[in-house]
Design a protein around this ligand. Structure first.
Ligand code: P6P
Length: 335
């Protein structure tokens, strides 16, 4: 149920009963993410002024320079989720392994695990381009009361109970789903309150925007090359517009509003693609399907992939239904 100018807090409470097995725990979890998002937003917005730009000197498991804001965002989300006692485990792009959290209350064991990319697109921070946080929530599958195990995190995407992102852009938005559609909330920074600004977000079935790093064109499989050439041909409503921000959350968000397709294919350079299945592709795929879009890794639906490791990469194609279906026609010619 949505109504104009509803706050995120009101929305969570009013829609809690519609969530299966609603015990209030998921509401507490989303509220914790809301709080951490506000704290990170405050830091992101002043990154140019305070010495938080530039590598923190470390590198993360991906071998990428850790930007100070990466580290800050990671610490904030982990500490907020831990201190509010709302999850039994956390996996993060910035952490080599998952973190097991023992509940303060022996009688009350949390049943959710969260996987996060605390600051996706962080290489854009120094050039003042939008970045985002991506989160994915599952119910644990190992027995409550025992330490959380890797298998609690290696669940296929269709097992997600909730997923969403925060986009720190011209305005800061929190967009999420619990399996009953996608809703977007915009932060009023003066009040520190998120207001429902984009109820029931849906990908237009058709679009005229394609998002891909065309610098990698020579390395793409022929089917992807053929589709890109199709987008560029002058015929019917084509050529399409090429828009690539280099920030998954921003490209996805724009394509969901305007219609479009985002592609991060595998290539001769990146054998499995670049994006991470568990805390980038699965949450975005859940959102896409809840918003009438499609998300595939090639032949397979992203959310049907059985994960084998925490930081595994997969090829990722996502967006407007008819654009992804057209891509699949080109890919099928070579499969
Ligand atoms: P490339 C950011 O590092 C990210 O994970 C996504 O947010 C973004 O879409 C992609 O990688 C950009 O990668 O190789 O095109 O710079």
């Amino acid at each position: 149920m949505t109504r104009k100018h509803q706050t995120l807090g009101e929305f969570i409470i009013e829609n809690q009963t519609s969530f299966q097995y609603s015990s209030g725990e998921l509401s507490k979890l989303i509220n914790a993410i809301r709080l951490a998002a506000k704290v990170v937003n405050h830091e992101v917005n002043k990154a140019g002024l305070v010495d938080v730009i530039g590598a923190a000197g470390d590198t993360n498991i991906q071998g990428e320079d850790q930007q100070k804001l990466d580290v800050f965002a990671n610490d904030k989300f982990i500490s907020t989720l831990t201190n509010r006692d709302v999850v039994c485990g956390i996996a993060s792009e910035e952490e080599d392994s998952f973190i097991s959290i023992n509940s303060n209350d022996e009688q009350h064991q949390n049943k959710y695990v969260v996987l996060i990319d605390p600051l996706d697109g962080s290489s854009n921070i120094d050039v003042n381009v939008s970045v985002g946080t991506i989160f994915s929530i599952y119910r644990r599958i190992t027995p409550v009361g025992t330490p959380v195990q890797l298998e609690d995190f290696l669940q296929p995407g269709h097992q997600q109970v909730a997923a969403g992102y925060v986009v720190y852009g011209t305005s800061t938005m929190l967009v999420y789903t619990t399996g009953d559609g996608v809703n977007g909330f915009t932060l009023n920074p003066a009040l520190g309150t998120f207001y429902l600004s984009h109820p029931n977000m849906q990908f237009p079935e058709d679009g005229k925007i394609y998002s891909v790093n065309e610098g990698n064109y020579v390395h793409f499989l022929q089917g992807v090359k053929d589709y890109i050439k199709y987008c560029q041909q002058e015929e019917g409503d084509r050529p399409y517009t090429s828009r690539y921000i280099g920030s998954l959350v921003s490209d996805f968000h724009r394509n969901m509003i305007k219609g479009g397709i985002y592609m991060y294919p595998k290539s001769s350079v990146t054998e499995s693609g670049k994006l991470r299945l568990l805390y980038e592709c699965n949450p975005m795929a859940f959102l896409a399907e809840q918003a009438n879009g499609i998300a595939i890794g090639g032949k397979t639906r992203i959310m049907d992939i059985q994960p084998t490791e925490l930081h595994q990469r997969v090829p990722f194609f996502c967006g407007s239904k008819n654009m992804v279906k057209k891509l699949q026609e080109f890919l099928a010619k070579y499969q």
